[in-house]
Write a new protein. Sequence first.
Length: 408
Amino acid sequence: MGAAKTPNRRQVLFGGAAMAFSPSVALAQATRPLKIGVMNDMSSVYADYQGIGSVVAAQIAIDDFSAKLGVPVEIVSADHQNKPDVGAAIARRWFDTEDVDVIMDLPNSAVALAVLAVAQEKNKAVIGSGAGSSVMTGPKCSRNFVHWTYDTYSSGVGLGKAVTERGGKSWFFVTADYAFGKDLEANCTAAVEAAGGKVVGSVRHPINTADFSSFLLQAQGSGADVVAFANGGGDTNGCFKQAHEFGLAPKGGLAAFTLNVTNIPALGLENVKGALLPTAFYWDANDGTRAFGKRFLAAHPKKMMPNDMHAGMYAATEHLIKAMAQTKSAEDGVKLVDAMKAIPTDDPLFGKGIIRADGRTLHPIYLYQAKTPHESKYDWDYFELVATIKPEDAFRPLDKGGCPFVKA
């Protein structure tokens, strides 16, 4: 892979919560570019976890495949502020007046569902890399939607089953009080109980919480073998920092569903050492992931390594361009999604896979453990592989999701 192209100041337009990138290649003006809208949290709890990094990852994929496949592509981006009404309003404006064809990323499942409702009304395609709730390929599935990277089932079941089988028989959850956190807790609870464990308690907290002391004291008082943080971004960081301050060290360890490399610079390995986490991607896994990681690091304004969500944005953008090369148009969102489903997935970050009828992208999920500061040998050397979970075990079976348009 060649060096990533970092957008210069003249290529970036800032206005309100939105940002626009010019097409990465000069292709025939007669062909209207595929216009991708990357929507996520650019300024708050998930800003490092997705944020500008998701735009960078998509741009690298465009650099790699736009000219090669003859598909001109343009990116715009916006901050949904973790508010469903804001996300829906941006989506409507993008579709109605700004010629956006596909909306991508969408961390915060409540926002993702609101945006998807607008997309269905307009028959436009949506690809969720940051979105987590498994209901989006279950009861609330849509023919306009592809779910990349992970979901609350893969994270919940992967972590719950593996950690319970390692001896963590009793669990306590500290959970973000919205769809994403609740789904994580529910899916993990089912996996823990199926593996012979039990849940002894849980607490719910608002998104972007500053003080977790009361929640962590309840966790400490529960006597649980495992305390699991069913939240993300800055909330996960806050839980780990304050857990370390309180000396919260359950015998089965701390676990987190969304802990990743982007959390560690602000946390330090000392605060997370030994913690277990599920993820679909780690930058230091193989030659392909390392090559992408170096390009991403060079292009990211904060010089960060990519997490699984960023990798998902690269892979999904690549696959979208491949589908667009076949359909030649993104006017019909269902037709575009159907084209994505018809092409096997194949990229250097996730390998070979498929997109199922319900929109779920299938690939392995990995269980990692955070290293100690002594074990880390170089920059961004944070995790050690513990187990690999096969796609058919990682994601909910198609016939168990309850997707209305999937025939049993």
